[in-house]
Write a new protein. Structure first.
Length: 259
């Protein structure tokens, strides 16, 4: 059976060809961008439906209404949200093979929030070691008490001054190490943030390039189809002209034989 004579597909919600869907996305995307990524009104949806019907409604029962076009866009958005989540959760290892992913990502990719935020590793604190925990939790041993005569007051005062000076130096070193650690954490956190922003910008550029490549492939395929159609029409025209010439030659021979 000739495919061109097959019965047309009825205009149902689940009966959209890939070419019709691309036409729908092109018409909707142009108006979506013109409205600064806002919602389309009933007039704009009717214009989208007219654009789809002008190219793909070859039969009366294949006409699309504005409601059907809007429902189709909603379905594509839900599918894109699922694919976007899979790409994000895979950390770049999953590449969507859905033919409409690149086009929708260029149009509405920035409007979908990321499902999870990266873990901040710059400010993470390491747990204390066993020796540090012991030093923090155990009291300072003071030794057994004896009944020796207490030292002179001057000796006790000198010991107290030495202990206070040592304690002051230790606290300054501790504050200095904590400050250095916090500054290093901020530097690392800023570096990770810049790296993430650079990767995100690279991803956006890559998506735009892929979208342009896909549009070029679509246009090339359309040109090939149009060329094949024109070639077939030219071949049929030559065939008809040949048949007409043969009929004229036969009639001329018959007229000569009768004369």
């Amino acid at each position: 059976m000739d495919p061109s004579l097959a019965p047309p597909c009825p205009a149902r919600e689940d009966c959209w060809t890939e070419e019709a869907t691309h036409t729908l996305l092109d018409a909707w995307g142009d108006r979506y961008v013109q409205l600064n990524r806002g919602n389309l009104g009933q007039k704009q949806w009717q214009e989208v439906a007219d654009a789809v019907n002008a190219r793909h409604a070859h039969f009366p029962n294949s006409l699309r209404s504005d409601v059907q076009c809007k429902n189709r866009i909603d379905t594509l958005k839900k599918k894109f949200k699922i694919e976007k989540a899979r790409v994000f959760q895979s950390c770049g290892s999953y590449v969507s093979s859905w033919p409409f992913f690149a086009l929708l990502d260029a149009l509405i990719g920035s409007t979908f929030p990321k499902s999870s935020s990266p873990v901040a590793v710059g400010n993470r604190k390491t747990p204390p070691t066993a020796s540090q925990a012991w030093n923090l939790s155990s009291p300072v041993p003071v030794g057994p008490r004896t009944h020796k005569r207490p030292p002179p007051a001057g000796h006790s005062r000198r010991n107290f001054l030495v202990f206070s000076a040592a304690e002051g130096e230790g606290s300054e070193d501790l504050r200095g190490s904590i400050g250095t650690e916090s500054e290093g954490g901020r530097v690392r956190s800023g570096g990770y943030r810049e790296l993430a922003q650079a990767i995100e910008r690279f991803g956006e550029i890559y998506e735009r390039v892929e979208w342009v490549k896909q549009r070029q492939m679509i246009e090339l395929e359309k040109q090939k189809m149009q060329f094949a159609k024109d070639l077939e029409c030219h071949r049929m025209q030559l065939l008809l002209e040949t048949q007409v010439q043969l009929q004229k030659m036969k009639r001329a021979r018959r007229s000569e034989s009768y004369s």
